[in-house]
Design a protein around this ligand. Structure first.
Ligand SMILES: [Zn+2]
Length: 330
């Protein structure tokens, strides 16, 4: 490649969720220029969703007053198992997809290089680069939201072969007598501590006559957000505290096992439930350090509470898009 023409200077990341998708356009310093959000409508099937992703990408490029050929590559964060090399979504329960050739179809639709990766892996990469300044050599990400998943980086590289593990973390069996999980098992980590699990337990207790300040939002219990839970927890609502404290205990157990097995240098905790879980774990994993600074640790491994939220996956996607360009320009 000659340098006579100006190389594409934008990177696009997409965080594809079961309910909504978020596309972000970044410059080469991973500064976010703009984002566009759209509902996923996964019930319409893969072809319709891929068309919506393509539209979302075109829209975010347009919002940034850029053109398609100004974009180097697009990386899509997928909620499920992906085969990055083949460009297939192997399995995504959230989307209801199995063996979908997402890369080929999306490249055809938008005419840009496309890569895919598991969303939690990308979020781990985003936190590693933006918040941890690329320091820890072995980094474990744990993301607690509607789902639970992990990410694993060694020297800043997404590990091939970890795709199986990243999804499996949510299905670590912690309590054989626990509730049924969407995977068909019982007492999986996700069925005990995800946002869905917490809401489900609160809902069931309410049906049995337990009172809670969350009753005000009873009509839309399924739509309760993490911040509603945080407010009720902070306010000392008995039912919310009971359920969240139980979830936090399971997170503590899972973290202890993961730290023991994988021996990370740092653990990142992120996802939509971060704030409330941080509060609930305060006594069990956070202890005061020198000069009153909080130094969260679990079994002597520092725990980094990410404040990137949605940005983690998008920025991770932009970073991977940038790497792709670098490889191609060699
Ligand atoms: Zn499960």
């Amino acid at each position: 490649m000659t340098n006579q023409t100006r190389p594409p200077r934008y990177l696009v990341g997409v965080d594809l969720g079961g309910a909504k998708m978020l596309a972000g356009i970044y410059d080469e310093t991973i500064r976010r220029v703009d984002t566009v959000k759209r509902s996923t409508k996964s019930d319409r099937g893969p072809a319709a969703v891929i068309e919506r992703i393509a539209r979302c990408i075109r829209d975010v490029i347009d919002e940034a007053d850029a053109r398609v050929h100004d974009v180097r590559a697009v990386v899509v964060g997928v909620p499920g198992k992906v085969d990055r090399k083949a460009g297939w979504v192997v399995q995504s329960d959230v989307l209801g997809w199995a063996d979908v050739p997402l890369v080929d179809r999306l490249q055809e639709a938008i005419g840009l290089p496309v890569l895919i990766e598991n969303d939690h892996q990308l979020a781990t990469l985003g936190v590693y680069t933006l918040e941890l300044k690329s320091r820890p050599r072995r980094l474990l990400g744990l993301f607690i939201g509607a789902r639970i998943g992990g990410g694993w980086l060694v020297d800043g590289n997404l590990c091939e072969g970890f795709a199986e593990v990243t999804e499996a973390i949510g299905h670590l069996m912690l309590d054989p007598k626990g509730p049924r999980c969407r995977c068909g098992g019982h007492g999986c980590f996700e069925s005990l501590a995800s946002r869905h699990a917490v809401l489900d337990q609160i809902h069931r207790a309410m049906l049995l006559g337990r009172r809670t300040v969350l009753e005000e939002a009873l009509d839309g219990l399924g739509r309760l957000r993490a911040k509603d839970l945080f407010r009720a927890y902070r306010g000392g609502d008995a039912l919310t505290c009971e359920v969240i404290d139980s979830a936090a205990r399971w997170i503590r157990v899972a973290l202890a096992n993961l730290v023991e097995t994988l021996k990370p240098e740092v653990v990142v905790l992120g996802g939509g439930m971060t704030e409330v879980i941080r509060e609930a774990l305060r006594d069990s994993i956070f202890r005061s350090g020198v000069e009153g600074h909080e130094t969260p640790t679990i079994d002597d491994v520092p725990v980094w509470i990410s404040s990137l939220g949605d940005e983690a996956c998008l920025a991770g996607a932009a970073l991977l898009a940038r790497q792709h360009g670098e490889v191609n320009n060699e």
